[in-house]
Design a protein around this ligand. Structure first.
Ligand SMILES: Cc1cc2nc3c(=O)[nH]c(=O)nc-3n(C[C@H](O)[C@H](O)[C@H](O)COP(=O)(O)OP(=O)(O)OC[C@H]3O[C@@H](n4cnc5c(N)ncnc54)[C@H](O)[C@@H]3O)c2cc1C
Length: 427
């Protein structure tokens, strides 16, 4: 870590962004005994909320879930400015500039935490070019609670949804839209859904699940045109993997093609960015007083950013420990979950370096997919298999796990594996 002394009792920490990461830093600092001033600046209107339900329960039922109860902010002496946006950072003077009706225009900090998250990737209109979002009535994105409300209202009055992008958000919205009675098609340009984020077997499992719920899936397919009646979308023309043109009926389109880090503030003040704000292992930028956490941050030794609640919370704990000059929390085994059709997929570890896989049936409904890189277990994907997930996560954390050959025997009970007796390879 660069040049940093523990925060004094009169210090001011300004957090930009009221998502899981930003609120996590506030909570961690207070729980570690920080006595100084905490300020939260959030561009969104209202109290910070849980983002994952926006494609699941909140989309289905229409109610969002607060991250912390309202009185929490007051009892933890957090000064909150909502509907307030940081527009610039003056690093030399250690000040931020704000646009808001209630907050001061300029605010000083001793430590600045950038927790500005990510924004939906812009989708180019296949017909007109440029950014289709906002130009075409009926094209939605999903990142914040207002997006979810607009999408829910549209789903309730629509019959046919086409989802562009077969990532987790697209798949979760597909499941929710089916529950709301919509016909759903998913168009994925990669050869398989979830190509970037999950092994082949997980894609296969979820493909079958969606097809069994009546979702039409087009993988390796391109959107060629949005057909309109007036401004309204009437169908989406695609070119399938086989090269055929096909018109999918649609009155509503969701562009779920990934997210890009909101790193413009950091870039404008001269901090290093590149697929996110570049940070060290403690989430500190090259400016010792500025830290970045959550979806917007990228570790300088890694090419990917991890977009998950688990990562946001872990980085919040890392930053709080560093600011208070306390011991670092234990390293995180990345974890993630996705809820679809009443079932849950849980993932621990990162599968991308794997070169072989073991698949297992878990009980009547469950599956587990174990990713190995040579002898090394690197990830487990567990569908409706909480025991496999819990054990797999523990095995990854301890570096003691069964060899792939042991797991491949379907009749082995996972709980029977005893670490001392087996030949796991330490991570
Ligand atoms: C629909 C959906 C479903 C998801 N499901 C899952 C899931 O099942 N499991 C999982 O682990 N993860 C899931 N995720 C990912 C997870 O929600 C994110 O990884 C997590 O929210 C990241 O938190 P964050 O605090 O870094 O960013 P965010 O939650 O994006 O918060 C950033 C905040 O900063 C604000 N902001 C930006 N710029 C400024 C500025 N200049 N001034 C003031 N405020 C600013 C933004 O408005 C936003 O409120 C999902 C995400 C989405 C969108």
């Amino acid at each position: 870590m660069q040049d940093w002394e523990a925060l004094g009792p009169d210090a001011t920490v300004v957090v930009v962004g009221g998502g899981h990461a930003g609120v996590g830093v506030l909570a961690q600092l207070r729980s570690q005994g920080f006595a100084g001033q905490l300020v939260l600046i959030s561009a969104e209107n209202g109290s910070p909320y849980h983002r994952p339900p926006l494609s699941k329960k909140a989309l289905l039922e229409g109610a969002s879930l607060s991250l912390r109860p309202e009185p929490w902010y007051e009892s933890n002496r957090v000064t909150c400015y909502t509907s307030a946006r940081v527009t610039g950072i003056d690093r030399a003077a250690r000040r931020v500039h704000l646009q808001s009706t209630s907050a001061p225009e300029v605010m000083a900090y001793d430590a600045l935490i950038l927790a500005t998250g990510a924004a939906p990737r812009a989708w180019t209109d296949p017909v007109k070019g440029g950014d289709a979002l906002g130009l075409v009535d009926g094209v939605h994105v999903l990142r914040d609670v207002e997006d979810a409300q607009a999408l829910r209202a549209a789903l309730l009055s629509s019959g046919h949804l086409v989802i562009v992008g077969g990532g987790y958000i697209g798949l979760e919205v597909a499941a929710t839209a089916r529950a709301l009675g919509c016909g759903v098609c998913i168009v994925e340009q990669a050869p398989r859904i979830l190509q970037r984020v999950a092994p082949q077997a997980t894609s296969q499992l979820l493909r079958q699940l969606h097809q069994s719920h009546g979702v039409q899936l087009f993988e390796g397919a391109q959107v060629v045109a949005l057909q309109r009646e007036g401004q309204k979308i009437s169908s989406v023309r695609i070119q399938t993997a086989e090269g055929e043109l096909c018109d999918l009926q649609a009155d509503l389109v969701l562009a779920g093609i990934g997210a890009v880090p909101r790193d413009d503030l950091a870039k404008a003040c001269g901090l290093e960015v590149g697929n996110g704000i570049v940070v060290n292992a403690q989430c500190q930028t090259q400016d010792p007083a500025i830290w970045a956490v959550g979806d917007v941050a990228r570790h300088r030794d890694q090419s990917i950013r991890i977009e998950s609640v688990g990562n946001a919370n872990h980085q919040a704990a890392l930053v709080a420990a560093a600011l208070m000059a306390r011991p670092e929390p234990l390293p995180l085994v990345p974890w993630f979950w996705s809820d679809q059709y009443g079932g849950r997929l849980q993932i621990a570890g990162l599968w991308q370096t794997a070169d072989r896989w073991v698949e297992r049936q878990e009980g009547a409904q469950g599956r587990s997919i174990w990713s190995y890189q040579g002898p090394r277990l690197v990830a487990v994907d567990a569908w409706q298999a909480p025991v496999a997930y819990a054990l797999g996560k523990k095995w990854l954390e301890t570096g003691q796990y069964p060899p792939a050959e042991w797991l491949a025997h379907q009749d082995q009970n996972l709980k029977d594996w005893v670490p001392q007796a087996a030949s796991g390879v330490a991570l």
